[in-house]
Design a protein around this ligand. Structure first.
Ligand SMILES: NC(=O)c1ccc[n+]([C@@H]2O[C@H](COP(=O)([O-])OP(=O)(O)OC[C@H]3O[C@@H](n4cnc5c(N)ncnc54)[C@H](OP(=O)(O)O)[C@@H]3O)[C@@H](O)[C@H]2O)c1
Length: 254
């Protein structure tokens, strides 16, 4: 029988590439997001054995509907990928939007990890999308960085708790990746976007690094790409004040 993988945020970017690479590896995928048209396109591309489920993870009903889906039949691999950010000054932000970031990036991840692990058995795996911002705090997105640190810390502990029974948990910490993430999070103009694009990794490379680490049952944290690994190493040597100051300047904050 084919293995089943569930991916949240599968309509775009990294989630879509997870769905494509997992389908290629023989998984039957169930793809979750809000944009039904994009999910229909994805499933048409992947084939009849693949499914989609429309849910808004910023809403309790959306999360509950995914938990129901997890109870229907066994899921071998779960990817908590859906997530978003908002660039800017926190005190000027709409508080409802900041709370939505918490809802999607933390609340949904916590509830869906719990539901997945309750039904998981030996050999299964959970991948949670954190970010290199866990180490590389970027002051232009305070709520987002805090949520990604939550995911990294949470997943490290789960990795330890679950390894005894053979369930693998991974915190994936990508650096800047070529998806719509930054456009969706900010109103940066073309010049800055193309600069960021120039130093970013492809979603295909990020996803294949994550899946091959999951196959090897590697450590709790996966940082894809040599340049990101070097940045992470360098960050361990620099004082925290310098890192936050430098990245605040890069983000154009006074
Ligand atoms: N791109 C980067 O540079 C980067 C770096 C480090 C970490 N990450 C992390 O990687 C993950 C994927 O990001 P990406 O770059 O692929 O971003 P993206 O291209 O903007 O895609 C985000 C996905 O999340 C879904 N999503 C957003 N809000 C949702 C909600 N309320 N309910 C359900 N689904 C929702 C979107 O689908 P709908 O709009 O259809 O709902 C979309 O499929 C995120 O967790 C992000 O934090 C990204």
């Amino acid at each position: 029988m084919s293995k089943v993988a569930v991916i949240t945020g599968a309509s775009e970017g990294l989630g879509r590439v997870f769905a494509q690479q997992l389908a290629q590896a023989g998984y039957h995928t169930i793809n979750i997001a809000r944009n039904q048209a994009r999910l229909e396109e994805l499933v048409a591309e992947l084939g009849a054995q693949h499914r989609y489920h429309v849910a808004d993870l910023a809403q309790d009903e959306g999360v509950e509907s995914c938990i129901k889906l997890l109870a229907e039949s066994h899921v071998d691999l779960f990817v908590n990928n859906a997530g978003f950010s908002r660039f800017g000054i926190f005190r000027e932000a709409e508080i409802e939007n900041e709370l939505k970031i918490l809802q999607v990036n933390c609340h949904a991840v916590l509830r869906l990890s719990h539901a997945f692990l309750q039904q998981a058995r030996q050999g299964d795996a959970l991948i949670n999308l954190s970010s290199i911002t866990d180490m590389l705090i970027t002051p232009i997105q305070p709520t987002y960085c805090a949520t990604k640190s939550f995911i990294a810390s949470f997943s490290r502990s789960l990795w330890f708790q679950e390894r005894k029974r053979g369930v693998y948990v991974q915190a994936l910490l990508p650096g800047i990746t070529k998806t719509q993430f930054i456009e969706r999070s900010s109103d940066l103009e073309g010049f800055k976007l193309s600069l960021l694009n120039a130093i970013s990794h492809s979603p295909e490379a990020v996803v294949s690094a994550s899946l091959s680490a999951a196959k090897r049952r590697s450590g709790p944290v996966v940082i894809p790409g040599l340049s990101n690994k070097l940045i992470a190493l360098l960050l361990r040597l620099l004082p925290n004040k310098w890192i936050v100051w430098m990245l605040g300047k890069v983000g154009d904050l006074a």
